[in-house]
Design a protein around this ligand. Structure first.
Ligand code: C2E
Ligand code: CA
Ligand code: CA
Ligand code: CA
Length: 277
């Protein structure tokens, strides 16, 4: 038993070392990815009840020369830890603003908003609001076409500071969406103090909504609260027509999920959207 205990410790040490090595390797490769322009934006459609396209969520993908497309779960945790998430966020913001500029010149597409995920570290960095301001200026973006998706984990930080920053963004005319709603730390009393325009109901509540009465009740209540506060509701992770119908009955306004489309590379998204303008 003594022996196996020691082996166990040795095993964990080796395993930990391997993880550290892998982290450093990913960190290094990610820097290369930045300088080689390997970060791509994929777009997932967000549709109205009537099936018209309203917006797209921008989701990052790493197009690796050997490994192909890599999804965010494989590199965002490393980027968060290393601080590279700020650079990644900057790259995404730049690409999204550039896209909004191009779309503003295309009939129909000029009404499509883009929703961009912002990590806590990026949001809390001192120059964040200024960098958003600079980018929308540089590309002549109409500010309400840009939506920032923030998560409740922000409120673990200094609440007043966060609200102040959100208000500065609102003043510029940027829209703010609260992502993954219900999974984090926000309370209803916080909600009314925030300059939000949209609430995204987390996929975890949608997944079993047909069978699970608790999920049903939570989503129904969330939509009612959002409605009463004048916030638009988005359901994420809608996978079946049954889910969509139920959400429709509950009064949900915007739908996103595999039922409609996975996140798509630019050209495919544009072809998809052109059909639903
Ligand atoms: P999220 O913000 O909750 O984004 C939604 C995720 O759910 C996306 O995964 C999307 O592909 C997936 N999804 C959408 N519809 C469905 C569905 O019907 N079924 C299922 N099973 N999944 C669906 P993705 O693209 O892998 O992104 C994962 C997470 O990575 C995002 O979660 C977001 O937190 C983060 N992320 C992605 N892009 C960025 C970015 O540019 N910046 C930052 N800070 N985070 C990002
Ligand atoms: Ca999101
Ligand atoms: Ca989400
Ligand atoms: Ca989610």
């Amino acid at each position: 038993a003594k022996n196996s205990g020691r082996n166990c410790i040795r095993f964990y040490n080796r395993k930990m070392q391997q993880n550290v090595d892998k982290q450093i390797e990913t960190e290094h490769q990610l820097n290369e990815a930045f300088s080689r322009n390997e970060i791509e934006v994929h777009y997932q459609p967000q549709l109205s009840m009537q099936g018209k396209i309203k917006a797209a969520e921008a989701l990052c993908r790493w197009n690796h020369p050997v490994k192909g497309l890599i999804t965010p779960d494989q590199f965002i945790p490393v980027a968060e830890m290393s601080g590279q998430i700020i650079k990644l966020g900057d790259i995404m913001l730049e690409k999204v603003c550039n896209r909004l500029k191009i779309w503003s010149g295309i009939e129909g597409f000029n009404n499509l908003a883009i929703s961009l995920n912002i990590s806590v570290k990026q949001f809390m960095s001192p120059s964040f609001v200024q960098s958003v301001e600079e980018k929308i200026e540089k590309y002549g973006v109409r500010p309400h076409m840009l939506k920032l998706e923030l998560t409740e984990s922000l409120f673990l930080d200094n609440f007043d500071k966060v609200v102040k920053k959100m208000n500065r963004l609102k003043k510029i005319g940027i829209e703010i969406s609260l992502d993954d709603f219900g999974t984090g730390f926000s309370s209803l009393s916080y909600l009314k103090k925030l300059p939000l325009t949209q609430l995204k109901i987390d996929r975890s509540f949608i997944r079993d909504i047909i069978e699970d009465d608790n999920d049903k009740a939570i989503v129904r209540a969330t939509i009612a609260i959002a409605e009463s506060m004048g916030l638009e509701t988005v359901a994420e992770g809608v996978e079946t027509a049954e889910q969509k119908e139920l959400l429709e009955d509950m009064g949900c306004k915007i739908y996103q999920g595999y039922l409609f489309s996975k996140p798509l590379p630019l050209e495919e998204f544009e072809a998809y959207a052109a059909d639903k303008l």
